[in-house]
Design a protein around this ligand. Structure first.
Ligand code: FMN
Length: 255
């Protein structure tokens, strides 16, 4: 299984065997993490592996996902650093899934003060992983997602490649399964918006931008598999336009 196939088969795994993963597999995952493409090149990040196998080092408490391993990302704070963190962590999640291990993002709990203080930059989010105690894959028809018509507006008919990129985007995981992404597709462009949160839910803004990064990873991995050239830009004309329920994020141009 490759990372593209994992997009369609993965699910969040919340039950793990308390077993070691072979060291060469862990070393390979860490090497992959350090070689990952970024969304923003000039924001430094650091990955940190936490093992709870022998001693409980972190991620305790009711909101945590109990797993043998966690990989944490800490990041410099700069433009789009949350989007970048989501983008990198989803690539990592798909890579780990393709190796036959389970993963689950952990946004509701954190590693704890002690561990955080050992990180080079600001802690953003973690990925729990390990050998699954439940089935690792599922049919994508069983993924609970909003119907396509609720999240995409097609201004005109589009080709099958663009539809496949949208399918990959729609299947992305998100915090609390919020699926904050909205798309307007016109000609060869996918304009990406995020749902605006009401004042009460302002804290969700952080999560939304991580989610958008997660979704972008799915789109770019799908584009690579389909041999489709994509570029990403932010259009001034849309940036400054007020929308009632949505906030413009960026535009993906195909070809
Ligand atoms: C940024 C982010 C944070 C998440 N945080 C948690 C979490 O703290 N605990 C948890 O059990 N699942 C968490 N999840 C997993 C989502 O709940 C899950 O992706 C969503 O419900 C869709 O289910 P699926 O991944 O099985 O398709 C998170 C996912 C993302 C992308």
């Amino acid at each position: 299984m490759n990372m593209y196939e994992a997009i369609f088969k993965r699910k969040s795994v919340r039950h793990y065997l308390n077993e070691k993963v072979e060291w060469d597999v862990i070393a390979d995952i860490l090497e992959f993490a350090d070689s990952l493409p970024k969304f923003v090149d000039d924001v430094a990040v650091e990955f940190k592996l936490v093992s709870n196998i022998e001693t409980k080092q972190g991620f305790r408490g009711p909101f945590s996902v109990k797993a043998p391993y966690y990989i944490c990302i800490s990041s410099e704070k700069g433009e789009d650093y949350l989007l970048n963190a989501g983008f990198m962590m989803q690539q990592l999640s798909l890579y780990i899934t393709s190796k036959g291990l389970g993963t689950c993002f952990v946004g509701l709990a954190n590693p704890g003060r002690g561990l955080k203080s050992t990180m080079k930059y600001d802690y953003v989010i973690a990925l729990a992983f390990g050998k699954p105690a439940v089935p690792l894959y599922r049919n994508n028809m069983d993924a609970k997602r909003l119907p396509e018509e609720d999240i995409v507006v097609y201004k005109e008919d589009v080709n099958s490649n663009i539809r496949q990129l949208i399918t990959a985007a729609r299947l992305s995981p998100s915090g609390l399964n919020n699926q904050p992404w909205r798309f307007v597709v016109y000609k060869n462009r996918i304009h990406v918006f995020t749902r605006k949160n009401v004042l009460l839910y302002k804290m969700m803004d952080t999560s939304n931008m991580i989610d958008i990064g997660v979704m972008l990873a799915n789109v770019l991995i799908a584009a690579e598999e389909l041999w489709v050239d994509v570029s990403i830009s932010k259009l001034e004309s849309l940036k400054n336009k007020p929308f009632q329920n949505n906030q413009y994020v960026l535009t993906i141009t195909i070809g």
